[in-house]
Design a protein. Sequence first.
Length: 256
Amino acid sequence: MTSRDLTYDLGPVSMAYTESRELAGGVDRTYVLVHGIGMGRVVFDGVAAELAPEARVLAIDLPGFGESPEPGSAATLEQTAEVVAQFVRDRAAGPAVLVGHSMGTQIVAEIACRHPELVEALVLIAPTVNPCERSAIRQGLRMAQDLIGESPRVILLGLSQYVKTSPKWFFNKLRFMLAHRLERICPCIHAPTLVLSGESDRVCPRGWVEQVARALPNSAMELIPDRGHEAIIRSPEPVASMIREFMERRSLGAAT
């Protein structure tokens, strides 16, 4: 597998990203991986490595997170989605499979709603925000509960990412994340969508995730066994296999 760390510039906004794929073979498909609040593309390293033998994988650092600098002013999730949409248009070379985790689900869902021509399929992992607990305090408490018993790898990697983000940028993004209403845009998304939820996710309870799946016209929902909110950090499996199997089922269905 080859991986290249690159930079995408769009006016005052600059995003670091990693492009991964096998040297030969693979299907003509591109995955774009979008992380959650406070994180960076590194949380998708394992998933990217698992998907790369069959496709091209682009994992981005959203503006102000990871290795991407703050663009100078706070941006709503809708504005961030427009930046990522242009990235997909410029770098994906055709409709892509957009994979979002946590806050990343809100961003990729916005793209699927606003720019359906850019989206082959959608994967929403731990979609936020549960409308019954739409406050910073409640979300913080749920995250703390979710981390109880987590592996040191999850905690240390999370901390290493959080320190890269300025508190002002983080809390501005949190404010926009809490104000966003994923449930309102789901009905306009017609791309095939896989909704994944950690079996023990305290941040995104099953009832809320089921509500998201029901609101999407063309969706399937699956639980990730023995995983909480940070389902992709502890290990890339079983999430990577669940994504591959979803796309295989979709390809088989389209061929029949």
